[in-house]
Write a protein that binds this ligand. Sequence first.
Ligand code: ADP
Ligand code: MG
Length: 566
Amino acid sequence: MPIRQLSKEVSSAIAAGEVIERPASVVKELLENAIDAGARSIEVRIEGGGKRLVQVSDDGEGIRSDELALAVGRYSTSKLESVEDLRSIQTLGFRGEALASIGAVSRMEIVSRARGEQAGSRLAVEGGLLAEREPIGASSGTLVRVQDLFFNVPARKKFLKSDSTELGWIARLVSRYAMAYPARRIRFEAEGRERLRTSGSGNRREALAAVYGLQDAQAMVPLLEPAGIGTGFELAGFIGPPPIHRSNRREITVFVNGRWIQDVGLGSAITQAYHGLLMVGKYPVAALFLEIAPGQVDVNVHPTKAEVRFADPQLVFSAVQRAVRASLLGQVPVHPLSLDHPQPAPGWTSSQLPADRAEAPERVIQLPVQGTARVPILRSVGQVGATYLVAEGPDGVYLIDQHAAHERVLYERLMKQVDSQSAESQALLEAITVEFAQTEMELLADNLSALGTLGFRVEPFGPLAFRVRAVPAVLSGIAPDRALRAVVEDFEEDESPLAEETEARVAARVCKRAAIKAGQILSLEEQRELLRDLERCQAPRTCPHGRPTMVHLSVAALERQFGRRG
Ligand code: ADP
Ligand code: MG
């Protein structure tokens, strides 16, 4: 075939593919336009997973009728004038591609009335072809209705997933924007049913409640901005305590300068901050909102603007990681004990948003990390069922799971030595041989260096055995074969037995095996020692796998329970 220039129709359908991949992309572009237009109230309606209909209406500034046709033209934008402007973008849009792209691959209709105009106008675009603009009665603002997405691009249409999958993506997207823009009233209706509604009060925890439900939203803690984070950089948001987790990364949300960003580096900065607090294969729920000086971040990397480039990525990642870690250690509370009539622990669980939290600013600059993360000095009272320790603190009664607590103690001891590269080994008087199955052998072989770092001295001994010469001194109480087996046996639910494990994961598994068991009777002295050790831990409130080590019954809760108060 000879070389020909593509017709406008074909080339714009191709270009549209960069921006509009699926119904959720349409929703994203329309939502962002509404936000850019200063809308206070935005409504999103979906039918057929967004394939049949996506409709977004807003009460923003509207589009002047003489500019309506221009707005749907390619590279037409009111948000950018010069190349210099690209460096200081304040709006979400600036490429002037979205409406043109959507119009090229659907039946689109825009009804808009600009502020100050007497009447509105309507413009229809079908597969890139504009119809005559006509006047129409309309309230001020804009409504964009997108029907039959990809009706003229069957190859693309074929790649769309089921209605419910597409709807899932849209729902996730709308809820992310609802959290990012709590001052906008956002309503989302899909297949005739309301799925989400925020009040637009500006309170982010309230928006969080609309997305995650009241209970989880209350349990999430605000991100504290650590000192020395540098200028031109602001960090806000909420992070879930370890008990609120997911088995994938989907509920880790990051916005940079008002844009929803998918960034592997930032995502792992957040998960790393939960190190030792979540079970392997579990991921936190977190919503982070970064504001960075426009010169420090390039948003014009990809047409969908879902990727950014930071001038100094390392600085951003480490600031995020430190902030999340410090906020966690500083605020993650002891799990409240649930009684027959559940009573709220102060500032934690209640049937309504606690007033102090609802009004509290989201960012608190000073953080008393060390003080609050630790447990108070505890007085040992005794042991119950050979499994739980009962202790008294200045603020009530603590019930401590002796196994989980000891796991935490051993784990921190071991990791402290690893961090200072001084893991002590205890040589065995006589090397012992431990036999394994083939798959276990491979797994151990993959983790030999981690084992070495932790203080194990082991080597393959024939095809189906390892020889153990020394074990970590911290674990000298446990039988060496048990310690080694811990690495390859009894994986936690959802824990991957295949991947090469990091030292911390191997350590967590080994410490679980080495820790005091439930059902083991402890002398008073042993109970006291365990409490002392726990008080010294950095993160005493969860075991290395993320389960609680203790429940707390506050004096106030006791008083309420016995009818002494309120
Ligand atoms: P961009 O957002 O990159 O400018 P779009 O194609 O999304 O490009 O929109 C083109 C133009 O149409 C915008 O610059 C804006 O002037 C106008 N526009 C689009 N949607 C709205 C809306 N909901 N309210 C007001 N103006 C809008
Ligand atoms: Mg836009």
